[in-house]
Design a protein around this ligand. Structure first.
Ligand code: NAD
Length: 359
């Protein structure tokens, strides 16, 4: 049966990079992948089309789709809009409306790009980490929150860090399932020496671990995890952590790989329905110039095939095709270095399709 994909290019370079992903998907369709693709506006494009960043029709479409491919949202022309109409609200709306609680952020260093990392090549060579971040709970959503006045007239800001057992249980299961498909090692990151929330987190993760005896589970305090990520990142296979810790650690891990234009992400619900997007934004500084790197979006398609559409082999073929193109020396401006052939967005997309065809 044909699966339904909602395609939301969004704003800025989102339009250019999603066009390359569609090129690839159309190639796969012509070779037997049963997929229906429907495009809809979101972010600034949603505001332009329907007066809000997540138009009703877009929301209806994503709810009835099996997966969502998103480009990026945002742009300077939308910055002065009231907060609830800003493009980023469209993204938050998608996450909460669809219950996308599990954010998967791989940090993979392609050997061909080892020089792009800010760390020494021998420290990062072979880096392949999956960070699983809880996305819809924790301190970013906890109540009560606000800024209040104390008796002495001074103001204080406050937020609430709260996780229920079921929230920890479900994110832990996602992480263990992923570890089973990879190196079977899971590191749970917390701050159990200081926070009661983390104490419970650790207890629940350990309990879930008894259902996955083949996975080697370890626990690490978040401050140490930050240190270990830059000291010896290859020790990690899969990491699981709460919303705020994951926000910070996944950005640090991303930079180990050198280029923001190479990194995909997935956000999944309880039934593996997912939204797939590059981790970067709409890059207004290069939008419309045809120079954006489409590989993060193309690799997001690979994640979609693996996690939502159950097409493991196709996912691997796409990842291999990206490797082939890099081996051939093709580079967009963000990852180029001397001796390489600099290409634009379209040429890079064409090259991946050609490598897929040849491989
Ligand atoms: P950004 O990720 O858009 O850009 C940061 C830098 O990286 C820029 O110099 C940009 O040119 C470069 N870059 C990003 N993606 C690239 C690619 N594929 N190829 C080559 N170079 C690339 O972050 P920003 O400049 O802080 O934000 C710009 C806009 O994007 C803002 O409106 C912001 O709110 C939004 N944003 C959206 C998302 C999202 O849609 N998920 C994420 C982050 C930022």
């Amino acid at each position: 049966m044909s699966k339904k994909l909602a395609v939301l290019p969004g704003d800025g370079i989102g339009i250019e990079i999603v066009a390359e992903a569609l090129k690839l998907l159309n190639y796969l369709k012509s070779n037997g992948l049963a997929l229906e693709m429907i495009e809809a506006p979101v972010g600034g494009a949603g505001y332009d089309a329907a007066g809000k960043p997540l138009p009703d029709e877009t929301l209806e479409l994503v709810k009835e789709s099996d997966a969502i491919l998103l480009g990026a949202v945002g742009g300077p022309q939308y910055e002065n809009l009231p907060r609830e109409l800003r493009p980023e609200r469209g993204l938050l709306g998608l996450r909460s409306e669809l219950g996308l609680f599990a954010n998967l952020r791989p940090a993979i260093l392609y050997p061909q790009l080892a020089d792009a990392s800010s760390l020494k090549a021998d420290v990062v060579a072979g880096l392949d980490i999956m960070i699983v971040r809880e996305l819809t709970g924790g301190i970013y959503f906890g109540e009560p929150r606000g800024i209040r006045e104390k008796d002495n007239g001074e103001r204080e800001g406050f937020n609430t860090l709260v996780y229920s057992e079921s929230e920890v249980d479900r994110i832990a299961r996602v992480a263990f399932d992923i570890a089973m498909k990879r190196g079977k090692r899971l590191c749970s990151v917390d701050k159990a020496n200081v926070l009661e929330v983390s104490e419970l987190w650790r207890e629940v993760v350990t309990r879930v671990g008894t259902d996955y005896p083949q996975v080697e589970l370890s626990h690490m305090y978040v401050d140490n995890a930050a240190m270990q990520l830059v000291k010896w990142p290859r020790q990690f296979d899969v990491m699981v952590t709460k919303n705020m810790f994951g926000d910070i650690l996944s950005d640090a891990a991303a930079m180990l790989t050198g280029s923001i234009g190479m990194l995909p992400s997935a956000s999944l619900d309880a039934n593996s329905k997912g939204m797939y997007e590059p981790i970067h934004g709409s890059a207004p500084d290069i939008a419309g110039k045809g120079v954006a790197n489409p590989l993060a979006t193309i690799l997001s398609v690979a994640m979609m095939l693996r996690y939502s559409l159950n097409e493991m082999q196709l996912a691997e073929r796409i990842e291999k095709a990206v490797g082939t193109v890099l081996d051939a020396g093709l580079r967009t401006a963000d990852i180029t270095s001397s001796g390489m052939q600099e290409v634009g967005t379209r040429e890079m997309g064409d090259a991946v399709v050609a490598a897929l065809q040849a491989g």
